[in-house]
Design a protein around this ligand. Structure first.
Ligand code: ACO
Length: 325
């Protein structure tokens, strides 16, 4: 029996030019390179230029992914942008990306699941592709997280950066086995009762302003390792694979201690964990496709490899997906 699969045929990333080191931050807020490195593994983050918005970052990543796939914008009939930092309250960043790329009229919308947004968006795109409602999708994670930060709050302002990553997904027939290329299983979760652990204190229907990111770091940390591990196991089960068979574990890049904690809990060797958190910091929905693009560019991830991606973020939302590349 054949089934439709969403096959990843192109991947691209984009990081804005400006690099902000821990020492740069320590000049304006009471922190230190040693503290940030020890607690998070972060050395630096990129910051978008004042005239760059999230859609600009998204377009750069999308162009790179299209080139990698050997396609043009004319081939795309579905654009999903996972973001929590849109250019404007509306229209969606995806609509702006469609216009800037010159893509034809099709389906375009944003997904808001904060740091889990890319995993959610992959699952949503899979629904369109596998039901025959779209043929080629751009799934983009793009964020200007630095625009949400309170630079008086050292507990949060050191953790985040800006960037974008994109993948092209194409609907192709598979045999319905875990050996098929494409998205082969996912698990998505949300527990809205934990909103207070991680949120932004502004919005159009409350304060009428953008607001700042607020976080109870230790509580987020505790929830992360347990929650993520469960979702990864569930995604692996849905895919019909064992976690130990995974070639590359590509987590949301929040904190090196969380990445490694989850890998240990799953019995995964640290050498299988793709980590870019040192140089990118936490780019929210962009972090997984950015890490994937990095690991492809340096030759680690190869065609046919089994990838497990996972994320957790505000909501709380979390989830995981298994992809044969
Ligand atoms: N520089 C120096 N000192 C700091 C800083 C800083 N940037 N931030 C906090 N401190 C101080 C605190 O004020 C506190 O001082 P005190 O003891 O005098 O009160 C001390 O360091 C310890 O603070 P804790 O909050 O207990 O530090 P902890 O070891 O928990 O590390 C951290 C904080 C890094 C935020 C950690 O809790 C964490 O990583 N949590 C996960 C959060 C996360 O990754 N969120 C991302 C979004 S969710 C996601 O993507 C999964």
């Amino acid at each position: 029996m054949t089934v439709m699969r969403s096959v990843m045929t192109g991947v691209g990333g984009y990081l804005p030019e400006t690099v902000v080191t821990n020492d740069d931050l320590a000049r304006t807020v009471e922190t230190s390179d040693a503290w940030i490195r020890e607690r998070t593994g972060i050395r630096a983050r990129h910051r978008a230029a004042p005239d760059q918005a999230t859609s600009d970052l998204a377009v750069e990543a999308a162009r790179a992914a299209l080139a990698d796939a050997g396609l043009t914008a004319a081939d795309i009939d579905l654009i999903i942008v996972a973001t929590t930092t849109p250019d404007l309250t509306f229209p969606a960043v995806a609509a702006m990306v469609q216009r800037k790329l010159g893509a034809p009229v099709g389906i375009a919308f944003d997904v808001q699941a904060v740091c889990s947004g890319f995993v959610y968006a992959m699952a949503v795109a899979d629904g369109f592709l596998c039901r025959g409602n779209a043929r080629r999708a751009l799934v983009i994670g793009a964020e200007c997280m630095t625009r949400l930060l309170d630079y008086q709050d050292r507990t949060t302002c050191v953790l985040f950066g800006d960037g974008a990553g994109a993948v092209v997904l194409e609907a192709r027939e598979g045999a319905g086995t875990p050996d098929d290329r494409g998205l082969i299983g996912f698990a998505l979760r949300c527990d809205g009762t934990k909103q207070d652990l991680l949120y932004v204190d502004g919005g159009p229907s409350t304060t009428g302003s953008v607001g700042h990111l607020r976080m109870q770091g230790q509580q987020v940390f505790r929830n992360a390792v347990v929650n993520i591990a469960e979702a990864v196991e569930a995604a692996a089960k849905a895919a019909g694979i064992a976690v130990r068979d995974v070639d590359w574990f590509i987590p949301h890049q929040a904190n090196q201690r969380i990445l490694i904690g989850v890998a240990h809990r799953l019995g995964l060797d640290e050498s299988k964990v793709v980590s870019t958190v040192a140089d990118h910091a936490n780019t929210s929905a962009a972090s997984i496709p950015l890490a994937l693009a990095t690991a492809i560019a340096d030759g680690r991830v190869k065609r046919g490899d089994l990838l497990l991606m996972e994320a957790m973020g505000g909501g709380l939302t979390w989830g995981a997906c298994a992809v044969r590349f």
